[in-house]
Design a protein around this ligand. Structure first.
Ligand code: KG4
Ligand code: ZN
Length: 336
């Protein structure tokens, strides 16, 4: 069957078509219209502008996804849409479009959790994982560890208590003058600096928990920048990028190792926008090799927000009969 996936939770408008057979999924099309250039002017996502840009793009993006896949609406078996969590105005555009599309074409509708969708990007790799496995989601809004016991059943066993990893990357990127979103630029800059140059706290909390806290790390990095400015010295940007990245990567690796030991899972799926970070990918590969765990990481193109991951998550919800109806609403809140 074909599944149409629609994603509008933040600053990418995306639609994709997947072909599914049993547990095997393949991408027929995955169109992503990014609003990054628009939001860059403001140094971050402006929710109202995001909603308006989704409204303008959603119909053409969906039409293109169908045209590239070479199918008509009548050939689709289900419509999956991100309904939560995310920016509420942005989510409402996708939800309302998906409801109308499904209603007009007499198709089943599936509501998808955006974080579960990031994990479902793992099913679109050459080595799709089979539950149970451990999932680490690191994105602009989340840093969470999940014990995934079935394609649709997630238990959050660790999470950030304040800021997310991506948010911290973007904030530090901004104060050292990198364009929004700072994550990818900081990733590259970190290669030019020394990771032991600036002493920064770890985002990993104590041994009795799998939780993270990024606010102390973020504040320490900002204080370092302020201190340099007060002293009239140039901020050693590459050293700060390298030290900050090392602290984030080591903290995440420590809690991931603890979660793997605690659950005994033998596969790890790394997902979310920050999963594109080359230092994090390398460190987790090293950890998994050491522990005899299989690491599944989507290609960078499927780490950021996209419709294909929504269709993948939606397919498994559909298989289990978890359908939405025309009363579906969007929600900004987390629920797994
Ligand atoms: O998953 P995503 O596309 O959107 C959310 O659901 O939040 O994640 C976006 C986040 C941004 O904070 C961005 O800076 C970060 O992912 N990101 C990176 C890298 N590429 C994107 N962070 C670190 N290193 C990267 N290479
Ligand atoms: Zn996301």
């Amino acid at each position: 069957m074909y599944i149409l996936g629609i994603e509008t939770s933040c600053d990418e408008t995306s639609a994709a078509v997947l072909a599914a057979e049993g547990d095997t999924l393949s991408i027929c099309s995955n169109i992503v219209a990014s609003q990054i250039e628009t939001h860059r002017l403001y140094g971050g996502v402006v929710p109202e502008i995001a909603s308006r840009a989704h409204i303008e793009a959603i119909t053409n993006v969906t039409a293109e996804a169908l045209s590239v896949a070479g199918i008509t609406p009548k050939e689709i078996g289900a419509v999956a849409v991100t309904s939560h969590p995310g920016l509420i105005g942005a989510l409402l555009v996708g939800v309302n479009f998906a409801k109308s599309f499904a209603y007009a074409n007499g198709l089943p509708l599936v509501a998808v959790n955006h974080i579960k969708a990031h994990v479902a990007a793992g099913y679109l790799t050459d080595t799709p994982p089979k539950p149970p496995f451990l999932a680490l989601v690191v994105s602009g809004g989340h840093t969470s560890l999940f014990d995934v016991t079935d394609y649709t059943d997630f238990r959050e066993i660790g999470a950030t208590r304040d800021d997310a990893a991506g948010e911290a990357f973007d904030k530090i990127g901004r104060v050292i003058g990198l364009p929004y979103p700072g994550g990818a630029a900081l990733d590259r800059l970190a290669y030019e600096g020394r990771s032991d140059a600036v002493s920064l706290p770890s985002p990993a909390l104590g041994a009795d928990t799998l939780d993270f806290s990024f606010s102390g790390l973020k504040t320490a990095a900002l204080n370092f920048v302020n201190h340099c400015q007060q002293q009239g010295t140039a901020v050693p940007r590459a050293d700060l990028a390298a030290s900050f990245t090392a602290s984030v990567v080591e903290g995440i690796a420590r809690k991931t190792e603890q979660a793997l030991r605690q659950t005994g899972r033998k596969s790890l799926v790394l997902a979310g926008g920050v999963a594109a970070n080359s230092h994090l990918r390398r460190r987790l590969l090293e950890l998994c090799d050491k522990m005899g765990v299989t690491l599944v990481v989507p290609p960078v193109s499927l780490c950021g927000d996209n419709g294909a991951m929504v269709a993948a998550a939606g397919y498994f919800e559909f298989q289990r009969g978890n359908l939405a109806d025309v009363s579906l609403n969007a929600s900004a809140a987390d629920q797994y």
